[in-house]
Design a protein around this ligand. Structure first.
Ligand code: BGP
Length: 480
C-alpha cells in the first residue's frame, strides 16, 4: 500500500498567457495580460494601454505552446502524467469578451489540445480564467468593477462546458482569486489602471480596497453561477476554487504577532475560501469592511447564488510562507506574497521566496480542517536559473530537492487524514514568469531554449528533474 491513493492525480500546470505565445493569431483578441511589459528582477512589470509591437517580449511569444502542443503533451505523457492543468485564453474564444459568437479557431485549438491529452490518458484540468480577460471588457465596461462582466464570463464558461463536455471534467473558475484583493486588481480583476502603473500594488488606499472587493464580489457571483451551470451541463463535472495559499506564521509568541498572523490568514485565505466553499462571507468580513470604509453592493439574489454555487473541491498554489510581526524595527519584507519579515528557520530562493515544505503540511491540514472537501495542490515549485551544460544536460538538483521536500510533506498530510487528490507543480515546461515577465525564472521539468534576449529556437530538453518526477509518479510517490 502506498500513502498516495492509487488514482492520485499526478501532473503539472501552465497558464495560457505565460505559455502559449501566438498572442494575436487565428482571431485571438487582445487580453489584459498582453499589455503588460516585461519587468526585471528589480523592477515590476508595468501596464500600457496600447500595443507597441516588439515591446512585449517574452509574453507575446511565451514558450510557443500554440505550435508545440503535440510535442509538449507527449513530453508530459513521458513522465506518466495523469492530469495536466492548463488555462483557456478567454480572448481565443471571445476576442472582445462581448462578442455574439465564439471564435471557431479558438474552440478548435483547445479541442485539439484536449484530444491530444486523452490520447495519452491525461485528464485535462482547466482554469477558465488565469490572470487575464479580454482587454475590451476593461476599456468598455471597467473590468470586474462592472456587474455586466458577470454575464460575459458566464457565457464564456457555459461555452466551454458545452463545447468540451466530452473532454473535460475538472475545472477551476479563477486562478488565485484572492490575489486581486491582496495586491491590486489589474492582473486578475481587469480594473482600469493608469498607463504605466505596476500590476502588483501592495499599498492600496481604501478606495482601491473598495474597488477590488466589489470586483471580487462580482467574480464570486460569476464563479458560483458557473458552478451551477457546469453541474447542469454535466453532472460529472468537478469544479473547484483556486486560492493563492498564504501561510502566515507569527514571528514570535507575542500575542500581538499571533493576532496579526491570524488576521492575515483570515483575510488572505478564508475570505475567498469561505465564500466559494461555504457559500457565504465569513464572520470577520464586516469588521474588515468597516475599518476600510468599504460598502459592498451585495444583492439578496447574489447571496442566494453564492449559497447554491459552492465548489466541489478546494485547490491552491503553494510556494512559500511568511513570518509576521508587529515589531516595525524588524520590517525587512521578504518573500513573494509577503508583507512580513525574514523567518530565521528557513532558506530563501534567489527571488527571495522562503522555502518551507512544512508550511504546505500546515496549510493542507488547516484548510481541510476548515472545509472538509477534497483538495488539490495545483501549483508548487522553485523558480530558478538553469544552466545548460556543454553536453546539453541540465542538472537541476535544487529543484528536485525542493519538490521532494514538498511531496514528503504532502505524504505527511495524507497520513494526518487530509483528502488530497492531486498535485500539479507549476510551469512543468518552462514558461514566462508572471511576476517578473521573464524567461530566466524557470520552473520546468523540461527546458525551453529561449532567453530574455529573444534568442533560442524554442526546442525542448528534459532536465534531470524530468526523470526524477517520472520515477516519483511511477512509484506513486514512494521513490523520492
Ligand atoms: C502564481 C501564478 C502563476 C505563476 C506562479 C509563479 O501566483 O498563478 O501564474 O506564474 O505564481 O510566479 P512567478 O511566475 O512570478 O515566479
Amino acid at each position: 500500500m502506498t500513502v498516495f491513493p492509487k488514482n492520485f492525480l499526478w501532473g503539472g500546470a501552465t497558464a495560457a498567457n505565460q505559455y502559449e505565445g501566438a498572442w494575436d493569431v487565428d482571431g485571438k483578441g487582445v487580453s489584459t495580460a498582453d499589455l503588460l511589459l516585461g519587468g526585471t528582477y528589480e523592477k515590476p512589470r508595468v501596464f500600457t494601454k496600447t500595443v507597441k509591437q516588439g515591446e512585449y517580449y517574452p509574453s507575446h511569444q511565451g514558450s510557443d505552446f500554440y505550435h508545440h502542443y503535440k510535442e509538449d503533451i507527449k513530453l508530459l505523457a513521458g513522465m506518466g502524467y495523469k492530469t495536466y492543468r492548463l488555462s483557456v485564453a478567454w480572448t481565443r474564444i471571445f476576442p472582445n469578451g462581448d462578442d455574439a459568437q465564439p471564435n471557431q479557431k479558438g474552440l478548435d485549438f483547445y479541442r485539439n489540445v484536449f484530444e491530444e491529452c486523452h490520447k495519452y490518458g491525461i485528464e485535462p484540468l482547466v482554469t477558465i480564467s488565469h490572470y487575464e480577460m479580454p482587454y475590451h471588457l476593461t476599456e468598455a465596461y471597467g473590468g470586474w468593477g462592472n456587474r455586466k462582466v458577470i454575464d460575459f464570463y458566464v457565457k464564456y464558461a457555459k461555452t466551454l462546458f458545452t463545447e468540451y463536455k466530452d473532454l473535460v471534467k475538472y475545472w477551476l473558475t479563477f486562478n488565485e482569486i484572492n490575489i486581486g484583493m491582496m495586491f491590486g486588481g489589474y492582473m486578475s480583476l481587469g480594473l482600469p489602471v493608469e498607463d504605466g502603473a505596476a500590476p502588483f500594488n501592495p499599498k492600496m488606499s481604501n478606495d482601491d480596497i473598495q474597488a477590488n472587493l466589489q470586483g471580487l464580489h462580482h467574480q464570486f457571483v460569476a464563479s458560483a453561477l458557473a458552478v451551477k451551470i457546469g453541474h447542469k451541463i454535466n453532472s460529472d463535472n468537478m469544479i473547484g476554487c483556486m486560492i493563492a495559499g498564504n501561510v502566515n506564521y507569527p514571528l514570535t509568541s507575542n500575542p500581538d504577532d499571533i493576532l496579526k498572523a491570524q488576521l492575515a490568514n483570515e483575510i488572505n485565505n478564508y475570505y475567498c475560501g469561505d465564500v466559494q466553499v461555504r457559500g457565504a462571507y465569513p464572520h470577520f468580513a464586516k469588521r474588515f469592511w468597516d475599518e476600510h470604509d468599504v460598502k459592498l453592493d451585495i444583492t439578496a439574489e447574489d447571496s442566494e447564488v453564492l449559497k447554491e454555487g459552492t465548489v466541489d473541491f478546494y485547490s491552491f498554489s503553494y510556494y512559500s510562507s511568511n513570518a509576521l510581526t508587529t515589531d516595525e524595527s524588524k520590517a525587512d519584507a521578504a518573500g513573494n506574497f509577503s508583507t512580513g519579515v525574514k523567518n530565521p528557520y528557513l532558506k530563501y530562493s534567489e527571488w527571495g521566496w522562503a522555502m518551507d515544505p512544512k508550511g504546505l503540511r500546515w496549510y493542507l491540514n488547516d484548510v481541510y480542517g476548515r472545509y472538509g472537501i477534497p483538495i488539490m495542490v495545483v501549483e508548487n515549485g522553485l523558480g530558478a536559473r538553469d544552466e545548460v551544460k556543454a553536453d546539453g544536460s541540465i542538472d537541476d538538483d535544487y529543484r528536485i530537492e525542493y519538490l521532494k521536500g514538498h511531496i514528503e510533506q504532502m505524504k505527511e498530510a495524507i497520513k494526518d487524514g487530509v483528502d488530497l487528490i492531486g498535485y500539479t507543480p507549476w510551469g512543468c515546461i518552462d514558461l514566462v514568469s508572471a511576476g517578473t515577465g521573464q524567461m530566466a525564472k524557470r520552473y520546468g521539468f523540461v527546458y525551453v531554449n529561449r532567453d530574455d534576449n529573444e534568442e533560442g529556437d524554442f526546442s525542448r530538453t528534459p532536465k534531470k528533474s524530468y526523470y526524477w518526477y517520472k520515477k516519483v509518479i511511477a512509484s506513486d510517490g514512494e521513490d523520492l
